[in-house]
Ligand binder design. Structure first.
Ligand code: KG4
Ligand code: ZN
Length: 343
């Protein structure tokens, strides 16, 4: 018997992501991004994102089915990001998912965006180890989670107390005159810089918690750049980017290793847009190897928001016979990470 075909819909931010997954097999991952429409504002404009989702939805779904060579009628279940995210943007995806569910007469799963960022790794590296520690780093979240079971039992261990890691990238990029979103251009500039050029602060590094703080780092970069400019000196952009990136990667990986040790866990999964970062991936690999921790990070294209991750989590829920959501499923912009499925 072939595994069920699951359609995944992701619209929590600026990516309209449609994924088609059968079991652990990724059949199609179609992403339409409105990022270019937000670039001049230096951040995602919720109303612009919602409108873009509305326009992109049906073409993105059609594209996914064309890529997979499957028919809409073959779908066995629909999964959609119910939160957390931008309310208006989430609503477009949730409404579309309900429409497909009713039209096809198939079950609907409203799922947690953060759990989906973890579940996507199954498409690349097979069944998730359990328990595992997950480091989730994106534009909206920086969290350490103890994942007993991605389908039902996710325990938060720590989170950012101010800016998310990706938010820090985006803000630092802006002050360095680099485009939005800031992660990719900083990553690229850092590749040509000296990561020990500037000793930027590592907040909460040895505070004993598993929380993060990145607002002070962003301010430290701003002050450093201002001082150089006030002195009439050129700003060594590549060195600043590399030193900032080192501070972020250092704190994230150090705390991820501590989280594993404290909980006696030997598997670490990194997910979310910032997991696409080259230095974070390299330093995590180095430190995990030294600590005897197995590391799993999805390929960069599956780290940033996409529909495949939602379909991957949906497929897992279907495989476990988890009860679907009700058709009056709400979008919840502040959905807690402990709620993997919304009823
Ligand atoms: O997971 P994601 O696509 O959306 C959210 O759920 O937020 O993450 C987007 C974030 C942005 O802040 C972006 O700057 C960051 O991920 N990002 C990166 C890289 N690629 C994307 N940050 C650092 N290095 C990268 N290569
Ligand atoms: Zn995300």
């Amino acid at each position: 018997m072939t595994a069920p075909l699951v359609l995944g819909i992701e619209t929590s931010c600026d990516e309209t992501g449609i994924g088609l997954v059968r079991g652990h097999q990724l059949l199609a991952d179609s992403v339409a991004s409105s990022v270019a429409e937000h670039a001049r504002f230096g951040g995602v404009v919720p109303e612009v994102a919602s409108r873009a989702h509305l326009e992109a939805m049906v073409p993105a779904v059609d594209r996914a089915f064309a890529i997979a060579g499957e028919k809409l009628a073959a779908v066995d279940a629909i999964a959609v990001t119910a939160g957390p995210g931008l309310t208006g943007a989430l609503l477009v995806g949730v409404a579309a998912a309900k429409a497909y569910s009713v039209a096809l007469g198939k079950p609907l799963y409203g799922v947690n965006h953060l759990a989906a960022h973890i579940a996507v790794d199954q498409l690349e590296h097979g069944p998730l180890p359990a328990p595992a520690i997950a480091l989730l780093v994106s534009g909206g979240h920086s969290s350490l989670l103890l994942v007993h079971d991605v389908a039902s039992n996710v325990v938060p261990l720590g989170a950012t107390i101010d800016d998310a890691a990706g938010e820090a990238y985006d803000k630092v990029a802006r002050l360095l005159g680099l485009p939005f979103p800031g992660g990719p251009p900083i990553d690229a500039a850092a590749g040509h810089g000296d990561r020990s050029a500037v000793a930027f602060p590592r907040a909460k590094y040895r505070d004993g918690t598993l929380d993060f703080s990145f607002a002070g780092l962003k301010t430290a970069v701003a002050r450093w750049v201002e001082a150089r400019e006030a002195a009439g000196d050129a700003v060594p952009l590549n060195d600043v980017a590399a030193s900032f990136q080192e501070a972020v990667a250092d704190v994230l990986t150090a705390k991820a290793v501590i989280a594993c040790r404290r909980n006696g866990v030997t598997d670490l999964i990194i997910g979310g847009g910032v997991a696409a970062n080259s230095r974070l991936r390299a330093l995590a690999a180095e430190r995990c190897a030294a600590a005897g921790i197995r590391l799993r990070v999805p390929r960069p294209g599956l780290c940033t928001d996409n529909g495949a991750m939602v379909a991957a989590l949906g497929a897992e829920l279907v495989a476990r016979d988890v009860a679907p959501s009700s058709l009056d499923l709400p979008a919840d912009s502040a959905l807690p990470v402990t709620d993997v499925v919304v009823r």
